[in-house]
Design a protein around this ligand. Sequence first.
Ligand code: MYR
Length: 131
Amino acid sequence: AFNGTWKVDRSENYVKFMEQMGVNLVKRKVAEHDNLKITIEQNGDKFHVKESSTLRTKEIDFTLGVPFDYTLADGTEVSGAWEMEGDMMKGKFTRKDNNKLLTTTRTLVGGELVQSYNYEGVDAKRIFKTL
Ligand code: MYR
């Protein structure tokens, strides 16, 4: 159901979230208008996710419940895993530089893909439309 290519349509509180993450002003300005596209291919427990934006392109393979390392677009390194809870993907990642938790979810709402983010008490959302 998550399969397909998704293009960011709008964000909520994403700048505040990046501020809390410690992303500097210049990177926040760029990331705010990053035209993020993600392509998701799910096969059972296995996912292939392709990310492309004005910041970078990147591909990752992961399996639900299996921890992996990932570098965020601002260079922050995290380690963690996605799990499925009902129809919702739930990700729990730990920053390698300070051991603090970054949680994220993906869910489909009315044909849109909603990704939520939480870091140190700040919540944000990015809402994607299908291409
Ligand atoms: C994926 O499924 O797309 C790969 C794993 C993503 C891991 C963490 C996602 C959180 C991204 C937060 C962006 C923050 C930028 C400062």
